[in-house]
Design a protein around this ligand. Structure first.
Ligand code: NAD
Ligand code: UDP
Length: 309
């Protein structure tokens, strides 16, 4: 198949490019390089089945493709808050452009939605049927509400125009090719520990997240895209739940060195807990994460050790 990946030079997108090329597909990677890097896909540029296009998803685009994975959007809070209006445009106009293209060329289109659609959840763990608890006017809203609006557009194009959609809600995912200055917690802690700096735990560190290793997630992406039973939304993530203090302690144990833990102010609207209910993915895709946090953290430490040196 010919497959378009928007945001293909980013953390998740570049791993997806690798897997789809491995499977023998043709891949068009579209990216504006806001948080993506050429180095993430450099090893693919000489492959005749791989094409790199510098383009912004908010400007229309046309490709004859069979599948579209829409991943374009900064994912870390400092990056998506850098230009919140642009973030909202990327989610909403980017979704409209992907859906318009899917409608014209009859491609199946996949939306990388997020656990942020559940906001600061008061249902725990979060099943897909939960509508969420989201602040519409806070610092995180450009991302949360942008992604919620994108889901609405996907389902309206599906109902009104018969567009073949797949919508997944991704929970915190980590691994090699995250940016060292990305601002997300796993990369922050590992880079701080490797550089001998103190690990910056925001607030008390009692807030929880559930961390999925990138290889597990990408396997789930492809299984979901190619199944015919449901269009989503479907949660994908690792249900293992950890406090940020536990994560910091794990990183300190694995890296060693002299770093300690320091506490900084908790950002506004920071969700207190997050854990996916993945029953639907287990049942429909026969999928569940295989890489435990300790093992995934070790692989990610090894990546940052070699890329920072
Ligand atoms: P990332 O920041 O590494 O990747 C995003 C990619 O999109 C980058 O390559 C960036 O340059 C590109 N991009 C941003 N704005 C663009 C635009 N306007 N036009 C074209 N390209 C643009 O983040 P990631 O972790 O790889 O996330 C990929 C997708 O998955 C995002 O949509 C994100 O919201 C979603 N997601 C990720 C996670 C996670 O934990 N990694 C969790 C939930 C959802
Ligand atoms: N966090 C932290 N220290 C950091 C970066 C993040 O304690 O250096 C916390 C953050 O407040 C949040 C959790 O880690 O509670 C996950 O943050 P991240 O930005 O990775 O993802 P998100 O909040 O979008 O789930």
């Amino acid at each position: 198949m010919r497959i378009l990946i928007t945001g293909g030079a980013g953390f998740l997108g570049s791993h997806l490019c690798d897997r789809l090329i491995e499977q023998g597909h043709e891949v068009i990677c579209l990216d504006n390089f806001f948080t993506g890097r050429k180095s993430n896909i450099q090893h693919l540029v000489d492959n005749p089945r791989f094409e790199l296009v510098r383009h912004d998803v908010i400007d229309p685009f046309k490709f004859e493709v069979d599948r579209i994975y829409n991943l374009a959007c900064p994912a870390s809070p400092p990056h998506y808050q850098y230009n919140p209006i642009k973030t909202m445009k990327t989610s909403v106009v980017g979704a409209i452009n992907c859906l318009g293209l899917a409608k014209r060329v009859k491609a199946r289109v996949f939306q990388a939605s997020t656990s942020e659609v559940y906001g600061d959840p008061n249902v725990h763990p979060q099943p897909e049927a939960y509508w969420g608890h989201v602040n519409p006017i806070g610092l995180r809203s450009c991302y949360d509400e942008g992604k919620r609006a994108a889901e609405t557009l996907f389902f309206d194009y599906h109902r009104e125009n018969g567009v073949d959609i797949r919508v997944i809600r991704i929970f915190n995912t980590y691994g090699p090719r995250m940016l060292p200055d990305d601002g997300r917690v796993v990369s922050n802690f590992i880079v701080q520990a490797l550089q001998g700096k103190d690990l910056t735990v925001y607030g008390e560190g009692s807030q929880t997240r559930s961390f999925c290793y990138v290889d597990d997630l990408v396997e789930g992406f492809m299984r979901f895209m190619e199944q015919e039973k449901i269009v989503g939304p479907m949660n994908l993530g690792n249900p293992g739940e950890f406090t940020m203090l536990q994560l910091a302690e794990l990183v300190l144990k694995k890296v060693g060195g002299k770093s300690r833990i320091t506490h900084l102010a908790l950002p506004s609207d920071d969700p207190k807990q997050r854990k996916p209910d993945i029953s639907l993915a287990k049942e429909t895709l026969d999928w569940e994460p295989k890489v435990p946090l300790e093992q995934g953290i070790e692989k990610t430490i090894a990546y940052f050790k070699s890329s920072l040196s």
